[in-house]
Structure formats: structure tokens, C-alpha cells
Design a protein around this ligand. Sequence first.
Ligand SMILES: Nc1ncnc2c1ncn2[C@@H]1O[C@H](COP(=O)(O)OP(=O)(O)O)[C@@H](O)[C@H]1O
Ligand SMILES: [Mg+2]
Length: 356
Amino acid sequence: MRQDTKLQQRALLDNIPDMAWLKDRDCRYLAVNTAYLEILGIPEHAVLGKRPDEIWPAEIAEVYLRTDRAVLKSGRRRRYEETRPDPFGIARWFETIKSPIRDKAGRIIGTVGISRDITERKLAESELIKSRTQLRELSNYLQSVREAERARISRELHDELGQTLTALKMELGWLKDRLPVEPGMLRARLDRLVQIVDHSVTDLQRIASDLRPMILDELGLASAIQWLAQNFSERSSLSIELSFELADVVYSKDVSTAAFRIVQEALTNIARHSGAASARIVARHSGNELELDISDNGRGMDVAGSRREQLGLVGMSERAHMLGGSMEIDSAPGRGTCISVRLPLLTDKVATAAAP
Ligand SMILES: Nc1ncnc2c1ncn2[C@@H]1O[C@H](COP(=O)(O)OP(=O)(O)O)[C@@H](O)[C@H]1O
Ligand SMILES: [Mg+2]
């Protein structure tokens, strides 16, 4: 019967693909499974009755004895991660769980343990963290390239094409002054041409401002947000209230671009999704941070809902993170939405992007 119990115990241990063992109160091995023996590379009889410091290298044995004693003393299960070299000397990660064994009276008579090789999982985890960081850096870089490109095209449209259209209008004016009064049809045609040029100038200014408003670089964030709010109010029926503290602060280009683009996307969302009649933008300084709240009284949204793939909100949050800041969304269906952003003003960028 005793022999049977031993065989059953052995079968149970061997059925576990991870290293498994039983130890007594003195931390001596009572049983180990085949997986354990394969890793140790010594026969069972050389293990049974021994303590960890008799079969493992000193620094590993020290950990095993310490954790065994902690389990024996506390009577509680312990779970920890450890590294250990494989037979080729390459470090591998293990997750080890140790629990106390009690007799019928509840006294602790030993410990049971299991140790799983989690190297693949650890590698996958660090690979995931690495590729996430890379993705974030790449998106940061692409954002700054895109912003620089937009600024360049906007300036070129304004300076080059704008000048050309102005010259064209002057030439048309010159021509009109020298046209004979009759036939009137020619003068009417010229007036029409001047109108077309005027329309083109308006379109050009709108396209250039949409790309990157010059006001942002020339007059700063407060003026640019004011301009943006006015623009939105004109294009939609939204009434926007602005409260801008410390309007004369000069922000770095990174901060003003991020803040401007975040407010722009938030207002676009309000106009597109909220159905709100009014919105409010509050900007204030707290410590070394610029705090922006963009709120509306619209239909709100389910914040925990599936908006992960929706890149507007993700992009806003990424912009804040890129500068070492953060973004929070406070919203619920029927309760309106408030987007709060914090942007540090003086700290170095967390993810540095090589701007062109
Ligand atoms: N101010 C808001 N009011 C109500 N719903 C909003 C608001 N802002 C965002 N949402 C919701 O969150 C979703 C995600 O927004 P966003 O990431 O900007 O993507 P998109 O605007 O392209 O749909 C929107 O589709 C909308 O359902
Ligand atoms: Mg959007």
C-alpha cells in the first residue's frame, strides 16, 4: 500500500511538465519529478535527502533556502520569478510557486514547489515593450515630419502662390484702366477675372491656414486658439467660450503645436459627434504645466467603450505623452464631455523625435 502511494505520488509529479518537488521541514528533498532531474542532470538518489545547498550553486541555493524558510515560517504560498543559467550558461527565467504542506493537526511538515520556465514569455514581453516604444517613437517622428511639411506647404502657398495672385490682380487692374469704355463686354469680363482671383486668394488663405495657421507661429498659442474658436463658431452653430490665463506666455514650438492640434481635434469632435450647443476651452498654468480643458454640453460618450481604434482621441493622447504629459477623458452618455490635457512646459521631451 505504501509502495502504491509512493508510485502514485511519483506519477502525479511526473505528469507535471514543469520542475516539481516535495521537501521536509529541513528543506531536504523528499521527492522530485523527472523534469527536475533532467534539468539538474543528476540521478534521483543524488538528490533525495539533500538540501538545496548540497546540489545547487551557492547563490541559487541561498534563494531556495530563504524562500523555503519564508514559506515554512509564514505558512503562506510564495510566488516569485528567478533567473538561472541553463546547461549552456544562458540565463533563463522561471516562475516558482512554493506552498506549505500541513499534517492533520495543521502543523507545517514541509513544502511543495513547482517551477516553470517562462523565458519565452519574458522575451515576448520585452519584445512587446520594445516594439511599443519604437512604434511610439515612429509615430512621434512622423507627426513632427508631417507638421513641418504642412508648415512648409502652408508658407509656400501663402508666399509664392499668394504673391502671384496679387501680381495677377494688379495686372488686371492695370489692363482695366487702359481699356476703352466700349465695348462694355470686355470690362465686364475683366471684372469677372478679378473676382475669380479674389476667390482664389480667399481659398488659398483658407487652405494655408488649415494646413498650419501662421498665427500660431507669429502670434502664439492663445491667439491661434482664439482664431480657431472663432473659425469653428463661424463654420458651425457652436458657441465657444474661451478662458485663457497668462495669454502672453511664449510656449515652445512643440508645446504650442501639440496644444493647438489637441484643441483642434477636440473641437472637431464636438462639432461632429456631440450635438452640443456650446463648448468651453480653459487654459491655465499649474506648476510647470499647461493645463487645457475642452468641454461640451453634448451627448457625451461611453469612455470605457470601444474607441481604441478611433485615432483622433488616441492621437491627442499620444501628442500629450510625447511631451511627457497626459490626457484624460471625462464623459458619460448624456453628460457631455471634458477632455483634460496636461503638458509640461520645461521638462525635456520623453520620446525624442528627430525633426527634419
Ligand atoms: N465631444 C464628444 N462628444 C460625444 N462623442 C464624442 C466626442 N468626442 C469623441 N466622441 C466619440 O468618440 C469617438 C472617437 O473619436 P475620435 O477618436 O476622434 O474618432 P472619429 O472622430 O474619427 O470618430 C467618436 O466617434 C465619437 O463617438
Ligand atoms: Mg475625431
